[in-house]
Write a protein that binds this ligand. Structure first.
Ligand code: PGA
Length: 253
């Protein structure tokens, strides 16, 4: 199975011109990639032009989706709108959206609607901080269980889980997680999936790591972190760095 490398541009860049240029160069960086499936998630206003600018084979993702199909929901973007632009993946419950007040119930509605609409949700979970008593594990368990509430076993074939510990995300982050620690969490996530859906699903659902991923640590996370892909923020805005991340995937097992 290919490794899934998702570029989350967040609220960048500021102009359409820059977005198109970044899409083109990110696409170029992944030219000939055989082991990496590259998904670009630009801000929604740039989706249609980025879709045109991306070379064939690169996948398009959105950073969020609304949980209703249509109607009087000012400012929201429906799953059908995304699908009609060629979007296949959507981040759901990213910690930066949760920080803005999105709770597990909303996240769950979005996951379910995305699945119903034929999109692949990337359900993001992650603890704010680590503790010695394993409270963070119950927190993760709850986020996962609540996020997946009502999702049927057959729908899990189109589900991706992204583990992004908050303390490792963004510019102020002291450090990324370590591959060894991520490995433990990846196992923990599979344990919960096993309890919810059985072994086949637990083994098949891709689990990604995100949080200060860069060209240096991408390889080790994929080799030793027990994950099948990466969710890349800042480094996806720097084409050279992003290109090196793709190359380290290609160089890996
Ligand atoms: P970062 O962001 O790579 O800049 O830490 C990751 C994310 O929030 O998806």
């Amino acid at each position: 199975m290919k490794k899934i490398i998702i570029a989350n541009w967040k609220m960048n860049p500021q102009t359409l011109r820059e977005a198109v240029a970044l899409a083109k160069i990110s696409g170029e960086m992944s030219r000939g990639a055989k082991k990496a499936a590259v998904v670009i998630c630009p801000p929604s206003v740039f989706l249609s032009e980025v879709a045109k600018a991306l070379p064939r084979g690169r996948l398009l993702g959105a950073q969020d989706v609304f949980w209703k199909e249509f109607g009087a929901y000012t400012g929201e973007v429906s799953p059908a709108m995304l699908k009609n632009l060629g979007v296949r993946f959507v981040l759901v419950g990213h910690s930066e959206r949760r920080e803005l007040g999105e709770g597990n119930d909303i996240v769950n509605k979005k996951v379910r609607r995305a699945l119903e609409s034929g999109l692949t949700p990337v359900l993001c979970i992650g603890e704010r901080s680590r503790d010695e008593d394993g409270i963070y594990l119950s927190f993760l368990k709850n986020e996962l269980e609540e996020g997946l509430r009502g999702v049927k076993k057959n729908e899990m074939a189109r589900m991706i889980i992204a583990y992004e510990p908050l303390w490792a995300i963004g510019e102020g982050a002291p450090r990324a997680d370590t591959p060894d620690e991520t490995f433990e969490v990846a196992i923990f996530i599979r344990k919960i999936l096993n309890a919810l859906y059985g072994k086949d699903v637990a083994l098949a659902v891709p689990v990604l790591y995100g949080g200060s991923v860069n060209a240096k640590n991408a390889g080790p996370f994929l080799e030793r972190g027990g994950v099948q892909g990466l969710l890349v923020g800042r480094s996806s805005l720097a084409p050279k760095e992003f290109g090196e991340i793709i190359r380290s995937v290609e160089a890996g097992a």
